[in-house]
Design a protein around this ligand. Sequence first.
Ligand code: UDP
Length: 242
Amino acid sequence: MTEAPAARPAYRRILLKLSGEALMGDKPFGIDEGVVARIAAQIRGVFETGVEIGIVVGGGNVIRGLAASHRGVERATGDYMGMLATVINSLAMQDALEKTGVPTRVQTALEMRSVAEPFIRRRAIRHLEKGRVVIFGAGAGNPYLTTDTAAALRANEVQAEILLKATQVDGVYSADPRRNADAKRLPQVTYQEVLERNLGIMDAAAISLCRENDLPIAVFDLGVEGNILRVVLGERVGSLVK
Ligand code: UDP
């Protein structure tokens, strides 16, 4: 029996940002392997369309530098701890993806050569061209940044055509939907509006980087099965920042 051909992607290359919290499912902390396997299965479906995929994973399921600093850890040290957490998550994602048969490479912004390749932009692009999913660990390698900013950076560096911000809400809202019943989802919004109205989907550094380079950002709910694929196929899901 021959399989139906996969639908055509709307993009040649994408960068997917997954928060660390997305990997912990209902747990209070850490990694839920079942959840990671389900995300990997979704990414496998996207991979089958032939689109080139880069991934940045956060570390908030383990530690965030800012939160640790409120508990007394020196801020920069806390941030390095956070970056190391993203490497743990990157390896979990790599493991789950390879189990679905997707070839991957992990590249880290902090060197740890016995664990992963160092981030080398041109090599990352080569991997993508060869059909390997590249997972970028350790954020941007600098404290005082977030993995959202790292995702915007890497997306621009590897010339992705869109940044996919997979999150827990189904798009950008006019106000925080958890606190304001009148908050409305905005199907399309400009970078400027996101910054001026402080719409809080990504930090300002990430939004500014995307704005300067005309990189659109798709914001959508990762919890809805198949959403990553829908965005990649060009369907209007969630919100588009452009
Ligand atoms: N971090 C950093 N520099 C970076 C990326 C991340 O210092 O370039 C640290 C920072 O402390 C951050 C933590 O790593 O809080 C985990 O990343 P993030 O909070 O962005 O993860 P997410 O919210 O996506 O799970």
